[in-house]
Design a protein around this ligand. Sequence first.
Ligand code: SF4
Length: 107
Amino acid sequence: MAVLPQVHSISSNIPVTMMSKNWPERMSRRALIANAALVLGGAAAGATVTPVAAQQKVRQADAKYQGQPKGTQSCAICASFQPPNACKLVEGTISPSGWCLLFAPNT
Ligand code: SF4
């Protein structure tokens, strides 16, 4: 009786067919490597998509955005400001002379 390798699937969506009793006759080594590459490639692709999809901006009202600076603090000197009128964290049009609770000075 042949000793079968222990194979653990890292994705529940991809069936692991090599656990059958007659695996050596039904699946070549090349097919096994191709299957493993598909599983690992799928896992890597999923890992890169998730963080991008998770990025969402805060509403101006939630960040207490205002069109005027607060003292010496303004969007123009904030690390999240994206000239000419956008912000990495807050949605909508952002004035360089605006301000919000998420202000963090440029270093
Ligand atoms: S102060 Fe607020 S709205 Fe202005 S750039 Fe910084 S994070 Fe964005």
